[in-house]
Design a protein around this ligand. Structure first.
Ligand SMILES: [Zn+2]
Length: 369
C-alpha cells in the first residue's frame, strides 16, 4: 500500500486549481476535458494544463464515513443521526453510493472513519467485536476499490487494553492509515490518564490520530430540540483538544499527527482565550512547554462544515495552510456546497489545491494515485 518511491512529488498545485475552476467539473466535464486535450495541439496551453491536472489528480477527502450494513443492522436502535440522514437512506448505504458521490465531486480518494456513536456502548466484548467487524469491512472495501479509500481504524476506547490490540491489528495487519477516535467516551476526554498507554503506543508508532466529535454526556439536552450538529459537536471537539492540552498529552506525544474534524470546532475562534487562561495555569510550563498556540498550530484540521468565510478565516489565521485538509463529512453533508464555498474563498490557487489534495498526500503519501 506504499507509494512507489520513484513517483514525483505532487506537482505544483496552482495549475490544478486554476484548471479545475475553468473546466471539467463533474464526470461529463472531466471526459469532455480529455476530449478537448486530445484535440488540442500538442504543447498548447490547453493540453499542458489538462495533462498537469491529470498528473496532479483530484481531491483527497479525509472526513468520509462508512456505514457498514452489519454495523447498522446491529446498532440501528442506538444510532441517531437526527434528520441529517433518514433511516431509509442509512439502511440503503453502500460503497457504490459513496463512490458515486466521490466521482460527482472529483474526489479521488476518501479516508474512511466511523462516526458518532462509534462502537462503545459499555460492553468490553461487544466493543472489541464491533471494532474488528467495522475495520475488516472497511479493509475489504479498500481491497475491492484500489486507490479509492484509506482507513482511520476504529478502536474500542475507553477499553485501553482492547484498543491497544486493535491498534496493532489495524496498523500492522490491515495497514490502516491511522486511528480514528471520538472526542469523548462516556464523559472521559482523550487527555484522561487512563488513555495514556494508548497515546504512548500511537506516539511510538508516529501514527495519525483522527478525532471526530460525538455527543458529550453532559450536553445532549441543554437546549431541547436543537440538533447537536449545530453547536455541540464543534464544542466537543474543542473540549477534546483542550483535554489533550491541559493534560500534556500533545506535548508528551510529539510524534502523533493529530487531525481534528470541522476545523477544530470552536478552537480557532477561542485560541487566544485558551492561551490566556489555560496557558497560565500553575503547571502549564511543564505540560505545554511550547505554549498553547504552538501546540494548536501543530495540529491538522479538516474543512468539513468549516468552509464559511468566517470559519475558514479563523482557521487560516490559527493554522498553517499545510495543516488544513479537505473533508466532506459524507454522507451527512453535501460535498458540492463545501467545494463551491472553498472555491469562492479568496486565496492563492496553490493554497486551495494544497487544502484539497497536496496536504493530505504529504501526510499520507500512499494515497497518491
Ligand atoms: Zn463526520
Amino acid at each position: 500500500m506504499t507509494a512507489p518511491a520513484s513517483q514525483p512529488p505532487d506537482a505544483p498545485a496552482a495549475s490544478r486549481a486554476s484548471s479545475s475552476a475553468a473546466c471539467c467539473t463533474g464526470r461529463h466535464g472531466f471526459l469532455a476535458g480529455i476530449a478537448a486535450a486530445a484535440l488540442a495541439p500538442a504543447g498548447s496551453v490547453a493540453a499542458q494544463t489538462f495533462v498537469a491536472r491529470l498528473a496532479n489528480g483530484k481531491r483527497i477527502d479525509v472526513h468520509h464515513h462508512f456505514l457498514p450494513p452489519q454495523y447498522i443492522k446491529e446498532e440501528r436502535e442506538r444510532i441517531n443521526f437526527g434528520h441529517s440522514v433518514p433511516p431509509s437512506q442509512m439502511a440503503a448505504w453502500s460503497p457504490s453510493q459513496s463512490l458515486e458521490v466521490m466521482d460527482q465531486n472529483e474526489i479521488a480518494t476518501a479516508v474512511v472513519s466511523v462516526t458518532t456513536p462509534g462502537v462503545w456502548f459499555g460492553d468490553v466484548a461487544a466493543g472489541r467485536r464491533l471494532s474488528r467487524m467495522w475495520n475488516d469491512y472497511a479493509a475489504e472495501q479498500i481491497r475491492n476499490h484500489p486507490g479509492r479509500y484509506g482507513l482511520f481504524a476504529v478502536v474500542p476506547l475507553p477499553d485501553a487494553e482492547g484498543t491497544l490490540k486493535e491498534i496493532e491489528y489495524a496498523l500492522d495487519t490491515l495497514k490502516a492509515d491511522g486511528i480514528g477516535l471520538l472526542s469523548t467516551y462516556g464523559g472521559k476526554y482523550p487527555g484522561d490518564p487512563g488513555f495514556a498507554p494508548v497515546f504512548e503506543e500511537l506516539n511510538r508508532r508516529g501514527a495519525i490520530v483522527y478525532v471526530h466529535p460525538t455527543l458529550a454526556a453532559c450536553c445532549g439536552s441543554v437546549m431541547p430540540g436543537l440538533a447537536p450538529q449545530a453547536i455541540e459537536y464543534p464544542f466537543d471537539t474543542t473540549r477534546a483538544i483542550t483535554s489533550l492540552l491541559i493534560n500534556g498529552t500533545l506535548a508528551k506525544n510529539p510524534n502523533i499527527r493529530w487531525i481534528f474534524s470541522h476545523g477544530g470546532g470552536a478552537t480557532p475562534m477561542l485560541a487566544g482565550r485558551m492561551a490566556e487562561t489555560i496557558g497560565h495555569r500553575e503547571n502549564a510550563a511543564a505540560l505545554m512547554p511550547h505554549g498553547v498556540l504552538a501546540e494548536l498550530r501543530k495540529l491538522y484540521y479538516d474543512t468539513a462544515s468549516a468552509t464559511s468565510p468566517a470559519s475558514l478565516a479563523a482557521l487560516r489565521t490559527l493554522a498553517p495552510i499545510s495543516h488544513i485538509l479537505f473533508g466532506s463529512d459524507y454522507p451527512f453533508v453535501k460535498a458540492a456546497a463545501a467545494i463551491e464555498e472553498l472555491g469562492h474563498t479568496p486565496m492563492p490557487d496553490a493554497d486551495r489545491a494544497a487544502i484539497e489534495r497536496g496536504n493530505a498526500l504529504a501526510l499520507i503519501p500512499r494515497l497518491r494515485s
